[in-house]
Ligand binder design. Sequence first.
Ligand SMILES: Cc1ncc(COP(=O)(O)O)c(C=O)c1O
Length: 465
Amino acid sequence: MMGTKFHTIIEPFRIKTVEPIRQTTEAERRVALETAHNNVFLLKARDVIIDLLTDSGTGAMSVYQWAGMMKGDESYAGARSFDVFEKSVKDITGFSHVIPTHQGRAAEHILFHTLVKPGDIVPNNTHFDTTRANVEDMGGIPLDLPIHEGRRAESVHPFKGNMDVAKLEQVLEEKGERIPLVMLTVTNNSEGGQPVSLANVREVSALCRRYEVPLFIDACRFAENAWLNKTRDHSLSHRTARSIAQEMFSLADGCTMSAKKDGMSNIGGFLAMNNGTIASQCRARLVLTEGFPTYGGLAGYDLEAIAVGLNEALDEDYLRYRIRSIEYLSERLLACGVPLVTPAGGHALYLDARRMLPHIPQKEFPAWALSLVLYLEGGIRAAEIGSVMFGRRPDGSERPAELELVRLAFPRRMYTQSHVDYVAEVVQYVNSMASRIRGVRIVEAPPVLRHFTAHMAPAHGALVA
Ligand SMILES: Cc1ncc(COP(=O)(O)O)c(C=O)c1O
Protein backbone atom coordinates (compact mmCIF):
# COMPACT_ATOMS: atom_id res chain seq x y z
CA MET A 1 0.00 0.00 0.00
CA MET A 2 1.18 3.57 -0.67
CA GLY A 3 2.27 5.82 2.19
CA THR A 4 -0.53 7.83 3.78
CA LYS A 5 1.15 11.22 3.16
CA PHE A 6 -0.36 11.56 -0.33
CA HIS A 7 -3.97 11.07 -1.25
CA THR A 8 -3.91 10.41 -4.98
CA ILE A 9 -4.91 6.82 -5.66
CA ILE A 10 -2.85 5.75 -8.67
CA GLU A 11 -3.47 2.85 -11.03
CA PRO A 12 -1.32 0.25 -9.23
CA PHE A 13 0.31 -1.03 -12.41
CA ARG A 14 2.63 0.07 -15.20
CA ILE A 15 1.55 -0.50 -18.77
CA LYS A 16 3.77 -2.83 -20.76
CA THR A 17 1.67 -3.65 -23.78
CA VAL A 18 -0.79 -1.23 -25.32
CA GLU A 19 -3.78 -1.68 -27.58
CA PRO A 20 -4.49 1.45 -29.63
CA ILE A 21 -7.91 3.06 -29.36
CA ARG A 22 -9.09 4.23 -32.77
CA GLN A 23 -10.45 7.77 -32.58
CA THR A 24 -13.64 8.35 -34.55
CA THR A 25 -15.58 11.43 -35.58
CA GLU A 26 -19.24 12.03 -34.83
CA ALA A 27 -20.00 11.61 -38.55
CA GLU A 28 -18.29 8.21 -38.58
CA ARG A 29 -20.18 7.14 -35.48
CA ARG A 30 -23.47 8.20 -37.04
CA VAL A 31 -22.82 5.87 -39.98
CA ALA A 32 -21.66 3.07 -37.64
CA LEU A 33 -24.84 3.39 -35.58
CA GLU A 34 -27.05 3.27 -38.66
CA THR A 35 -25.20 0.21 -39.94
CA ALA A 36 -25.70 -1.38 -36.49
CA HIS A 37 -29.47 -0.71 -36.69
CA ASN A 38 -29.25 1.60 -33.67
CA ASN A 39 -28.16 -1.26 -31.40
CA VAL A 40 -24.79 -0.88 -29.68
CA PHE A 41 -24.44 -4.68 -29.42
CA LEU A 42 -24.25 -4.73 -33.23
CA LEU A 43 -21.40 -2.21 -33.45
CA LYS A 44 -17.90 -3.29 -34.44
CA ALA A 45 -15.62 -2.99 -31.41
CA ARG A 46 -13.10 -1.04 -33.53
CA ASP A 47 -15.67 1.76 -33.85
CA VAL A 48 -15.91 2.18 -30.05
CA ILE A 49 -13.67 4.61 -28.13
CA ILE A 50 -14.43 3.51 -24.54
CA ASP A 51 -16.12 0.13 -24.24
CA LEU A 52 -18.18 -0.16 -21.06
CA LEU A 53 -20.59 -2.80 -22.35
CA THR A 54 -19.47 -5.36 -19.77
CA ASP A 55 -16.79 -6.16 -17.20
CA SER A 56 -16.99 -9.85 -18.12
CA GLY A 57 -13.88 -11.33 -19.70
CA THR A 58 -12.79 -7.91 -20.96
CA GLY A 59 -10.05 -7.03 -18.46
CA ALA A 60 -6.29 -6.84 -18.86
CA MET A 61 -4.14 -9.72 -17.62
CA SER A 62 -0.96 -9.22 -15.63
CA VAL A 63 2.59 -10.26 -16.51
CA TYR A 64 2.25 -13.02 -13.91
CA GLN A 65 -0.87 -14.37 -15.60
CA TRP A 66 0.80 -14.36 -19.03
CA ALA A 67 3.88 -16.01 -17.52
CA GLY A 68 1.63 -18.66 -15.95
CA MET A 69 0.01 -19.26 -19.34
CA MET A 70 3.38 -20.15 -20.84
CA LYS A 71 3.64 -22.88 -18.19
CA GLY A 72 0.21 -24.31 -19.10
CA ASP A 73 0.15 -28.10 -19.05
CA GLU A 74 -2.18 -29.20 -21.84
CA SER A 75 -2.34 -32.87 -20.84
CA TYR A 76 -5.83 -34.26 -21.23
CA ALA A 77 -5.92 -35.76 -17.74
CA GLY A 78 -4.07 -35.00 -14.51
CA ALA A 79 -2.45 -31.80 -15.81
CA ARG A 80 -0.19 -29.92 -13.40
CA SER A 81 -2.13 -26.76 -14.29
CA PHE A 82 -5.23 -28.28 -12.70
CA ASP A 83 -3.35 -28.77 -9.42
CA VAL A 84 -2.26 -25.11 -9.48
CA PHE A 85 -5.83 -24.02 -10.22
CA GLU A 86 -7.37 -26.30 -7.60
CA LYS A 87 -4.96 -25.10 -4.92
CA SER A 88 -5.72 -21.48 -5.64
CA VAL A 89 -9.51 -22.04 -5.49
CA LYS A 90 -9.22 -24.13 -2.31
CA ASP A 91 -6.99 -21.57 -0.55
CA ILE A 92 -9.62 -18.87 -1.08
CA THR A 93 -12.91 -20.78 -0.85
CA GLY A 94 -12.01 -23.68 1.44
CA PHE A 95 -14.33 -25.99 -0.57
CA SER A 96 -13.06 -29.54 -0.93
CA HIS A 97 -14.27 -30.28 -4.48
CA VAL A 98 -13.28 -27.99 -7.35
CA ILE A 99 -14.75 -28.48 -10.82
CA PRO A 100 -13.52 -26.25 -13.66
CA THR A 101 -16.01 -25.04 -16.31
CA HIS A 102 -15.65 -22.90 -19.42
CA GLN A 103 -17.58 -20.03 -17.80
CA GLY A 104 -20.07 -19.21 -15.03
CA ARG A 105 -23.26 -20.33 -16.74
CA ALA A 106 -21.80 -23.80 -17.35
CA ALA A 107 -21.25 -24.15 -13.59
CA GLU A 108 -24.87 -23.04 -13.04
CA HIS A 109 -26.17 -25.49 -15.63
CA ILE A 110 -24.31 -28.43 -14.08
CA LEU A 111 -25.32 -27.53 -10.50
CA PHE A 112 -29.02 -27.01 -11.29
CA HIS A 113 -29.13 -30.06 -13.53
CA THR A 114 -27.95 -32.04 -10.51
CA LEU A 115 -30.06 -30.42 -7.78
CA VAL A 116 -33.22 -28.82 -9.25
CA LYS A 117 -36.38 -30.75 -10.19
CA PRO A 118 -39.49 -29.37 -11.91
CA GLY A 119 -41.52 -27.23 -9.50
CA ASP A 120 -38.58 -26.63 -7.11
CA ILE A 121 -37.99 -23.10 -5.83
CA VAL A 122 -34.54 -21.49 -5.80
CA PRO A 123 -34.37 -18.35 -3.63
CA ASN A 124 -31.60 -15.84 -4.43
CA ASN A 125 -31.06 -12.19 -3.42
CA THR A 126 -31.47 -11.51 -7.16
CA HIS A 127 -30.83 -14.02 -9.91
CA PHE A 128 -28.54 -12.94 -12.70
CA ASP A 129 -30.17 -13.60 -16.15
CA THR A 130 -28.19 -16.79 -16.86
CA THR A 131 -28.84 -18.14 -13.35
CA ARG A 132 -32.55 -17.46 -13.73
CA ALA A 133 -32.62 -19.04 -17.19
CA ASN A 134 -30.76 -22.14 -15.98
CA VAL A 135 -33.16 -22.63 -13.03
CA GLU A 136 -36.13 -22.24 -15.41
CA ASP A 137 -34.54 -24.63 -17.89
CA MET A 138 -34.80 -27.36 -15.24
CA GLY A 139 -38.47 -26.47 -14.61
CA GLY A 140 -37.54 -24.69 -11.37
CA ILE A 141 -38.89 -21.38 -10.07
CA PRO A 142 -36.28 -18.66 -9.46
CA LEU A 143 -37.40 -16.51 -6.52
CA ASP A 144 -35.77 -13.09 -6.01
CA LEU A 145 -35.69 -11.88 -2.40
CA PRO A 146 -33.80 -8.53 -2.44
CA ILE A 147 -34.21 -6.11 0.45
CA HIS A 148 -36.66 -3.25 -0.19
CA GLU A 149 -33.86 -0.65 -0.62
CA GLY A 150 -32.25 -2.78 -3.35
CA ARG A 151 -35.02 -1.94 -5.82
CA ARG A 152 -34.95 1.85 -5.23
CA ALA A 153 -32.47 3.76 -7.42
CA GLU A 154 -32.12 6.62 -4.95
CA SER A 155 -32.30 4.77 -1.64
CA VAL A 156 -29.22 5.01 0.58
CA HIS A 157 -28.02 1.76 2.13
CA PRO A 158 -24.43 0.50 2.29
CA PHE A 159 -25.45 -3.06 1.35
CA LYS A 160 -28.27 -2.73 -1.14
CA GLY A 161 -27.40 -6.19 -2.50
CA ASN A 162 -28.59 -7.97 0.67
CA MET A 163 -31.21 -10.70 0.79
CA ASP A 164 -34.44 -10.12 2.72
CA VAL A 165 -33.88 -12.58 5.57
CA ALA A 166 -37.45 -12.44 6.92
CA LYS A 167 -38.85 -13.36 3.50
CA LEU A 168 -36.31 -16.17 3.17
CA GLU A 169 -37.34 -17.56 6.54
CA GLN A 170 -41.00 -17.46 5.53
CA VAL A 171 -40.40 -19.34 2.28
CA LEU A 172 -38.15 -21.90 4.00
CA GLU A 173 -40.84 -22.44 6.64
CA GLU A 174 -43.70 -22.75 4.15
CA LYS A 175 -42.00 -24.47 1.20
CA GLY A 176 -38.74 -25.84 2.60
CA GLU A 177 -39.20 -29.30 1.10
CA ARG A 178 -39.34 -27.77 -2.43
CA ILE A 179 -36.12 -25.78 -1.96
CA PRO A 180 -33.05 -27.76 -3.10
CA LEU A 181 -30.65 -24.85 -2.51
CA VAL A 182 -30.49 -21.15 -1.66
CA MET A 183 -28.18 -18.83 -3.61
CA LEU A 184 -26.58 -15.49 -2.78
CA THR A 185 -25.15 -13.41 -5.62
CA VAL A 186 -22.15 -11.30 -4.60
CA THR A 187 -22.09 -8.55 -5.58
CA ASN A 188 -25.71 -8.34 -6.65
CA ASN A 189 -25.26 -7.60 -10.35
CA SER A 190 -28.93 -7.28 -11.28
CA GLU A 191 -29.50 -4.73 -8.49
CA GLY A 192 -26.68 -2.45 -9.62
CA GLY A 193 -23.53 -4.34 -8.56
CA GLN A 194 -24.43 -3.61 -4.93
CA PRO A 195 -22.62 -5.51 -2.17
CA VAL A 196 -24.00 -8.14 0.20
CA SER A 197 -22.87 -7.62 3.80
CA LEU A 198 -20.99 -10.34 5.63
CA ALA A 199 -23.62 -9.93 8.36
CA ASN A 200 -26.32 -10.79 5.80
CA VAL A 201 -24.35 -13.85 4.63
CA ARG A 202 -24.08 -14.97 8.27
CA GLU A 203 -27.84 -14.63 8.78
CA VAL A 204 -28.73 -16.38 5.51
CA SER A 205 -26.25 -19.15 6.32
CA ALA A 206 -27.70 -19.68 9.81
CA LEU A 207 -31.20 -19.98 8.35
CA CYS A 208 -30.06 -22.41 5.66
CA ARG A 209 -28.32 -24.55 8.28
CA ARG A 210 -31.41 -24.50 10.51
CA TYR A 211 -33.59 -25.69 7.61
CA GLU A 212 -30.85 -28.01 6.27
CA VAL A 213 -30.83 -26.45 2.81
CA PRO A 214 -27.45 -25.99 1.11
CA LEU A 215 -26.29 -22.42 0.48
CA PHE A 216 -24.37 -21.66 -2.73
CA ILE A 217 -22.66 -18.35 -3.48
CA ASP A 218 -22.73 -16.95 -7.02
CA ALA A 219 -19.22 -15.66 -6.42
CA CYS A 220 -18.35 -13.76 -9.65
CA ARG A 221 -17.39 -10.58 -7.81
CA PHE A 222 -16.35 -12.04 -4.44
CA ALA A 223 -13.28 -9.81 -4.13
CA GLU A 224 -15.13 -6.56 -4.88
CA ASN A 225 -17.78 -7.65 -2.39
CA ALA A 226 -15.13 -8.31 0.27
CA TRP A 227 -13.55 -4.89 -0.28
CA LEU A 228 -16.93 -3.12 -0.07
CA ASN A 229 -17.48 -4.92 3.26
CA LYS A 230 -14.09 -3.81 4.52
CA THR A 231 -14.74 -0.18 3.61
CA ARG A 232 -18.45 0.09 4.48
CA ASP A 233 -18.62 -1.96 7.70
CA HIS A 234 -16.38 -0.44 10.39
CA SER A 235 -16.23 -3.70 12.31
CA LEU A 236 -14.39 -5.24 9.33
CA SER A 237 -11.97 -2.40 8.54
CA HIS A 238 -9.05 -4.11 10.30
CA ARG A 239 -9.50 -7.34 8.31
CA THR A 240 -8.00 -8.18 4.93
CA ALA A 241 -10.27 -8.54 1.91
CA ARG A 242 -8.94 -12.08 1.67
CA SER A 243 -10.04 -13.03 5.19
CA ILE A 244 -13.47 -11.47 4.63
CA ALA A 245 -13.86 -13.48 1.40
CA GLN A 246 -12.68 -16.63 3.16
CA GLU A 247 -15.21 -16.16 5.95
CA MET A 248 -17.97 -15.61 3.41
CA PHE A 249 -17.15 -18.89 1.65
CA SER A 250 -16.89 -20.73 4.98
CA LEU A 251 -20.54 -19.83 5.63
CA ALA A 252 -21.66 -21.57 2.43
CA ASP A 253 -21.73 -25.13 1.12
CA GLY A 254 -20.49 -24.32 -2.36
CA CYS A 255 -20.21 -21.72 -5.11
CA THR A 256 -20.56 -21.08 -8.81
CA MET A 257 -18.01 -18.74 -10.35
CA SER A 258 -17.44 -16.87 -13.56
CA ALA A 259 -13.66 -16.31 -13.62
CA LYS A 260 -14.28 -13.65 -16.29
CA LYS A 261 -14.94 -11.22 -13.43
CA ASP A 262 -12.88 -11.55 -10.23
CA GLY A 263 -10.88 -14.43 -11.75
CA MET A 264 -9.29 -11.61 -13.84
CA SER A 265 -9.35 -13.87 -16.87
CA ASN A 266 -10.79 -13.62 -20.35
CA ILE A 267 -12.58 -16.96 -20.04
CA GLY A 268 -13.28 -19.62 -17.41
CA GLY A 269 -15.25 -20.51 -14.33
CA PHE A 270 -15.78 -23.21 -11.75
CA LEU A 271 -18.15 -24.99 -9.44
CA ALA A 272 -16.91 -25.82 -5.95
CA MET A 273 -18.54 -27.52 -2.97
CA ASN A 274 -18.05 -29.66 0.13
CA ASN A 275 -20.55 -32.45 -0.55
CA GLY A 276 -18.70 -35.31 -2.26
CA THR A 277 -21.84 -37.10 -3.47
CA ILE A 278 -23.21 -34.03 -5.25
CA ALA A 279 -19.72 -33.27 -6.60
CA SER A 280 -19.53 -36.77 -8.17
CA GLN A 281 -22.90 -36.25 -9.85
CA CYS A 282 -21.76 -32.85 -11.12
CA ARG A 283 -18.53 -34.34 -12.51
CA ALA A 284 -20.55 -36.98 -14.38
CA ARG A 285 -22.52 -34.19 -16.05
CA LEU A 286 -19.30 -32.21 -16.63
CA VAL A 287 -17.78 -35.02 -18.67
CA LEU A 288 -20.86 -34.93 -20.90
CA THR A 289 -21.01 -31.18 -21.48
CA GLU A 290 -17.61 -29.62 -20.70
CA GLY A 291 -14.78 -32.16 -20.64
CA PHE A 292 -12.61 -34.23 -18.35
CA PRO A 293 -12.76 -33.10 -14.67
CA THR A 294 -9.18 -31.77 -14.68
CA TYR A 295 -9.80 -29.28 -17.49
CA GLY A 296 -13.58 -28.79 -17.72
CA GLY A 297 -13.77 -26.98 -21.05
CA LEU A 298 -10.63 -24.90 -20.51
CA ALA A 299 -7.09 -25.03 -21.80
CA GLY A 300 -4.33 -25.71 -19.27
CA TYR A 301 -3.14 -22.14 -19.81
CA ASP A 302 -6.57 -20.77 -18.87
CA LEU A 303 -6.40 -22.66 -15.56
CA GLU A 304 -3.01 -21.04 -14.89
CA ALA A 305 -4.32 -17.55 -15.66
CA ILE A 306 -7.28 -18.03 -13.30
CA ALA A 307 -5.09 -19.46 -10.52
CA VAL A 308 -3.05 -16.25 -10.54
CA GLY A 309 -6.01 -13.94 -11.27
CA LEU A 310 -8.08 -15.03 -8.24
CA ASN A 311 -5.26 -13.92 -5.97
CA GLU A 312 -4.61 -10.68 -7.85
CA ALA A 313 -8.31 -9.80 -7.48
CA LEU A 314 -7.78 -9.79 -3.70
CA ASP A 315 -4.79 -7.45 -3.85
CA GLU A 316 -5.88 -4.45 -1.80
CA ASP A 317 -4.00 -1.83 -3.83
CA TYR A 318 -5.85 -3.13 -6.87
CA LEU A 319 -9.22 -3.21 -5.08
CA ARG A 320 -8.75 0.30 -3.73
CA TYR A 321 -8.04 1.64 -7.24
CA ARG A 322 -10.82 -0.42 -8.81
CA ILE A 323 -13.62 0.63 -6.48
CA ARG A 324 -12.32 4.19 -6.20
CA SER A 325 -12.33 4.80 -9.96
CA ILE A 326 -16.06 4.02 -10.12
CA GLU A 327 -16.79 6.04 -6.97
CA TYR A 328 -14.80 8.93 -8.47
CA LEU A 329 -16.90 8.88 -11.63
CA SER A 330 -20.04 8.75 -9.51
CA GLU A 331 -18.92 11.78 -7.45
CA ARG A 332 -18.10 13.79 -10.58
CA LEU A 333 -21.46 13.02 -12.17
CA LEU A 334 -23.50 13.62 -9.00
CA ALA A 335 -21.76 16.98 -8.56
CA CYS A 336 -23.20 18.16 -11.87
CA GLY A 337 -26.65 16.71 -11.26
CA VAL A 338 -26.53 13.56 -13.42
CA PRO A 339 -29.16 11.11 -12.07
CA LEU A 340 -27.52 7.85 -10.96
CA VAL A 341 -28.18 4.74 -8.93
CA THR A 342 -26.45 5.43 -5.62
CA PRO A 343 -24.18 4.45 -4.00
CA ALA A 344 -21.91 3.41 -6.89
CA GLY A 345 -21.72 -0.35 -7.43
CA GLY A 346 -18.55 -2.43 -7.40
CA HIS A 347 -18.07 -2.95 -11.12
CA ALA A 348 -20.40 -0.46 -12.74
CA LEU A 349 -22.21 2.82 -12.54
CA TYR A 350 -25.85 3.01 -13.57
CA LEU A 351 -27.36 6.13 -15.15
CA ASP A 352 -31.04 6.63 -14.33
CA ALA A 353 -32.59 7.41 -17.73
CA ARG A 354 -36.12 7.90 -16.40
CA ARG A 355 -34.96 10.84 -14.32
CA MET A 356 -32.58 12.16 -16.98
CA LEU A 357 -35.15 11.93 -19.81
CA PRO A 358 -38.54 12.38 -18.09
CA HIS A 359 -40.09 13.58 -21.38
CA ILE A 360 -39.54 10.16 -23.06
CA PRO A 361 -42.31 7.68 -22.18
CA GLN A 362 -41.14 4.18 -21.27
CA LYS A 363 -42.79 2.79 -24.40
CA GLU A 364 -40.17 4.81 -26.34
CA PHE A 365 -37.30 3.21 -24.40
CA PRO A 366 -35.48 6.17 -22.75
CA ALA A 367 -32.50 4.12 -21.53
CA TRP A 368 -31.95 2.69 -25.00
CA ALA A 369 -32.07 6.21 -26.50
CA LEU A 370 -29.54 7.36 -23.90
CA SER A 371 -27.17 4.51 -24.75
CA LEU A 372 -27.31 5.55 -28.43
CA VAL A 373 -26.57 9.21 -27.69
CA LEU A 374 -23.61 8.28 -25.44
CA TYR A 375 -22.15 6.44 -28.39
CA LEU A 376 -22.98 9.10 -30.93
CA GLU A 377 -21.55 11.97 -28.90
CA GLY A 378 -18.55 10.33 -27.27
CA GLY A 379 -18.00 6.86 -28.74
CA ILE A 380 -18.89 5.29 -25.36
CA ARG A 381 -20.59 1.91 -25.50
CA ALA A 382 -22.82 0.98 -22.55
CA ALA A 383 -25.72 -1.43 -22.09
CA GLU A 384 -29.40 -0.58 -21.68
CA ILE A 385 -30.91 -2.29 -18.63
CA GLY A 386 -34.50 -1.27 -19.17
CA SER A 387 -37.64 -1.98 -21.15
CA VAL A 388 -35.94 -3.33 -24.28
CA MET A 389 -34.13 -5.89 -22.10
CA PHE A 390 -37.02 -6.71 -19.74
CA GLY A 391 -40.23 -5.26 -21.25
CA ARG A 392 -41.49 -8.17 -23.33
CA ARG A 393 -43.73 -10.65 -21.52
CA PRO A 394 -43.94 -14.33 -22.52
CA ASP A 395 -47.38 -13.70 -24.12
CA GLY A 396 -45.82 -11.06 -26.41
CA SER A 397 -47.33 -8.04 -24.65
CA GLU A 398 -45.19 -5.18 -23.29
CA ARG A 399 -44.77 -4.19 -19.65
CA PRO A 400 -42.37 -1.34 -18.78
CA ALA A 401 -39.32 -2.38 -16.74
CA GLU A 402 -39.12 -1.28 -13.09
CA LEU A 403 -36.05 0.84 -13.84
CA GLU A 404 -34.66 2.41 -17.01
CA LEU A 405 -30.90 2.25 -16.54
CA VAL A 406 -27.78 2.52 -18.66
CA ARG A 407 -24.93 0.48 -17.18
CA LEU A 408 -21.36 1.73 -17.49
CA ALA A 409 -19.47 -1.48 -16.62
CA PHE A 410 -15.71 -1.17 -16.22
CA PRO A 411 -13.31 -3.82 -17.53
CA ARG A 412 -10.65 -4.61 -14.91
CA ARG A 413 -7.26 -2.82 -15.13
CA MET A 414 -7.99 -1.55 -18.61
CA TYR A 415 -8.79 2.13 -18.36
CA THR A 416 -6.89 4.92 -16.59
CA GLN A 417 -8.10 8.05 -14.86
CA SER A 418 -8.02 10.11 -18.06
CA HIS A 419 -10.39 7.61 -19.65
CA VAL A 420 -12.69 8.00 -16.64
CA ASP A 421 -12.41 11.80 -16.90
CA TYR A 422 -13.38 11.56 -20.56
CA VAL A 423 -16.43 9.42 -19.69
CA ALA A 424 -17.46 11.97 -17.04
CA GLU A 425 -17.18 14.80 -19.58
CA VAL A 426 -19.25 12.96 -22.21
CA VAL A 427 -21.99 11.94 -19.76
CA GLN A 428 -22.14 15.47 -18.37
CA TYR A 429 -22.49 16.85 -21.91
CA VAL A 430 -25.21 14.35 -22.82
CA ASN A 431 -27.05 15.27 -19.59
CA SER A 432 -26.91 18.94 -20.61
CA MET A 433 -28.62 18.16 -23.94
CA ALA A 434 -31.14 15.75 -22.37
CA SER A 435 -34.23 17.75 -23.33
CA ARG A 436 -33.33 17.36 -27.04
CA ILE A 437 -33.01 13.56 -26.92
CA ARG A 438 -35.96 11.70 -28.48
CA GLY A 439 -37.31 8.19 -27.99
CA VAL A 440 -36.82 5.11 -30.16
CA ARG A 441 -38.98 2.29 -31.47
CA ILE A 442 -38.43 -1.39 -32.24
CA VAL A 443 -38.23 -2.17 -35.97
CA GLU A 444 -37.74 -5.92 -35.53
CA ALA A 445 -36.68 -8.12 -32.63
CA PRO A 446 -36.60 -11.80 -31.70
CA PRO A 447 -39.00 -12.91 -28.93
CA VAL A 448 -36.25 -13.85 -26.42
CA LEU A 449 -33.19 -11.83 -25.31
CA ARG A 450 -34.15 -9.27 -27.92
CA HIS A 451 -31.72 -6.56 -26.79
CA PHE A 452 -28.76 -8.44 -28.30
CA THR A 453 -30.03 -8.36 -31.88
CA ALA A 454 -33.01 -5.96 -32.08
CA HIS A 455 -33.15 -3.45 -34.92
CA MET A 456 -34.23 -0.06 -33.60
CA ALA A 457 -35.02 3.38 -35.11
CA PRO A 458 -35.72 6.88 -33.81
CA ALA A 459 -39.43 7.17 -32.98
CA HIS A 460 -39.66 10.77 -34.24
CA GLY A 461 -37.37 11.10 -37.25
CA ALA A 462 -34.14 12.00 -35.41
CA LEU A 463 -32.53 10.81 -32.20
CA VAL A 464 -31.60 14.35 -31.22
CA ALA A 465 -33.89 17.30 -32.02
C1 LIG B 1 -23.77 -12.45 -11.15
C2 LIG B 1 -23.44 -13.25 -12.35
N1 LIG B 1 -23.66 -14.58 -12.34
C3 LIG B 1 -23.36 -15.35 -13.41
C4 LIG B 1 -22.83 -14.81 -14.56
C5 LIG B 1 -22.56 -15.71 -15.73
O1 LIG B 1 -21.20 -15.85 -15.99
P1 LIG B 1 -20.65 -16.18 -17.47
O2 LIG B 1 -20.90 -14.94 -18.30
O3 LIG B 1 -19.21 -16.45 -17.27
O4 LIG B 1 -21.39 -17.34 -17.98
C6 LIG B 1 -22.60 -13.43 -14.62
C7 LIG B 1 -22.06 -12.83 -15.87
O5 LIG B 1 -22.15 -11.64 -16.11
C8 LIG B 1 -22.92 -12.63 -13.49
O6 LIG B 1 -22.71 -11.31 -13.48
